[in-house]
Design a protein around this ligand. Structure first.
Ligand code: ZN
Length: 164
């Protein structure tokens, strides 16, 4: 089963050069939609990649048309390498995921206009979001690890300060 075959259930729509990823069928919450492509792994992010580990960014092909939302309907699970519906999704709906759930530090931050009540406004990666925001979202293991290291580094700095 190639990812190309599975992704026949997804379509890219282009309007004024703005790409959206739309589903051609309905999905139930929790259902796997497709695998995340992993044939082309890079060590730096770009606009066609999704971060799957601290130093790994996979070129996601058609999934690069997935837009961000602060109230997403899909999750990219980088442990199982699949895209999963996190809500019931209707046929013809646009698919969105929460970029900071995979991206620690994005190379091209942008302003979010998703309009949801919990909109984070500046989408730049999980590194730039407070824990009180992140705790409401699905976060992949490498993001949780980065967050723990960031907190540990803060503790080290304070230890150094009091030791002087
Ligand atoms: Zn938003």
């Amino acid at each position: 089963m190639t990812s190309t075959t599975v992704m026949e259930t997804l379509a890219i729509k282009t309007e004024n050069k703005f790409r959206t990823l739309v589903t051609k069928r309905a999905y139930k919450k929790g259902e796997v939609i497709c695998p995340i492509p992993s044939e082309n792994i890079l060590d730096k992010p770009n606009r066609f990649t999704v971060q799957i580990a601290r130093d790994k960014h996979t070129h996601v092909g058609k999934l690069a048309a997935l837009n961000h939302s602060c109230d997403p309907n899909v999750i990219l699970d980088t442990e199982s390498m699949v895209m999963i519906a996190c809500k019931d999704i209707e046929k013809g709906e646009e698919l969105f995921f929460f970029y900071p759930s995979t991206e620690w530090e994005m190379n091209a931050p942008f302003i979010c206009l998703c309009g949801s009540s919990n909109c984070i406004h500046v989408v730049a990666g999980a590194r730039f979001l407070p824990l009180s925001t992140l705790e409401h979202h699905y976060l992949n293991p490498h993001i949780r690890e980065e967050m723990i290291d960031l907190l540990n580094a803060t503790k080290k700095n304070l230890t150094k300060l009091t030791a002087e």
